[in-house]
Design a binder for this molecule. Structure first.
Ligand code: DGL
Length: 261
């Protein structure tokens, strides 16, 4: 099974991409809803939570781990790779690779405070494409707005304009949606940043990277295909999560409760 974890709901965007790009593989998802958000927490805590999340998925039979959460990808992946002995995929590197190909030299990245504070997008881009400049902006209100379902409201457009104004002024040509939830605000972000800026959804690029890896590791792919189902776990099971998950995935799935840590 492909194990996917996130601090909560947002990582279901990665599950959807797996269904699209890698149909027929088993998926086990963990949303750490009891301890969400990760974006405001310290590096130390994000690492501890991420290790516990990965251990839960391994115990459920995951043979690959995908860190769907940008905050955990930014702050915990090296620690994770030291502790687990299955391949670990994260969402930052594929998005940077994609931005380096698409940009004319000015990239914007938006994310939680934790992701922006980590500076990881800047560091990775500098290594890959030193001539590209990255400008970043934290958008802390976006996650609660998505979780409230305010993805098309005029108030959300105003907030997006406010957050994205500095990036607009910097005349970015490419924008990385560096948080699980932001693809749900795509149309609002599009209105706020203008029609010419290319938008990058890390979930898409991450699953594309996993698909390429599996083409080179057919034995692992065969193991992932032995189970076809998707199981969804959360550390705090609420009716609201179940309803939102059904809406987001476009499919009703049983959501189960997980004991973590
Ligand atoms: N999943 C987080 C991320 O992608 C957003 C929500 C949170 O702060 O936990 O950064």
């Amino acid at each position: 099974m492909i194990g996917v974890f996130d601090s909560g709901l947002g990582g279901l965007t990665v599950v959807k991409e797996i269904w699209r790009q890698l149909p027929g593989r088993g998926v086990v998802y963990l949303g750490d809803t009891a301890r969400t958000p990760y974006g405001t927490k310290s590096r130390h805590l994000i690492q501890r939570y991420s290790l516990q999340d990965a251990e839960f998925l391994l115990a459920k039979g995951a043979k690959v781990i995908v860190v769907a959460c940008n905050t955990a990808s930014a702050q915990a992946v090296e620690a994770l790779r030291r502790h687990v002995d299955v391949p670990v995929f994260e969402v930052v590197t594929p998005a940077v690779n994609s931005a380096a190909i698409l940009t004319s030299g000015r990239v914007g990245v938006i994310g939680t405070r934790g992701t922006v504070r980590s500076g990881i997008y800047e560091r990775k881009m500098k290594r890959l494409s030193p001539q590209t400049t990255i400008f970043s902006a934290a958008c802390p209100l976006f996650v609660p707005l998505v979780e409230e379902g305010w993805t098309k409201r005029p108030e959300t457009v105003s907030i997006a304009r406010e957050y994205l104004r500095p990036l607009r002024l910097r005349r970015i040509d490419t924008l990385i949606l560096g948080c699980t939830h932001y693809p749900f605000l795509r149309s609002v972000i599009r209105q706020a940043i203008g029609s010419k800026v290319k938008l990058i959804d890390p979930a898409h690029d991450t699953v594309a990277e996993l698909a390429t890896y599996l083409k080179q590791h057919l034995e692992l792919d065969a193991v992932l295909r032995t189970k076809h189902s998707t199981s969804i776990y959360v550390s705090d099971l609420t009716e609201r999560f179940t309803a939102l998950a059904g809406d987001w995935l476009g499919r009703k799935l049983r959501v189960r409760s997980a004991e973590i840590g």
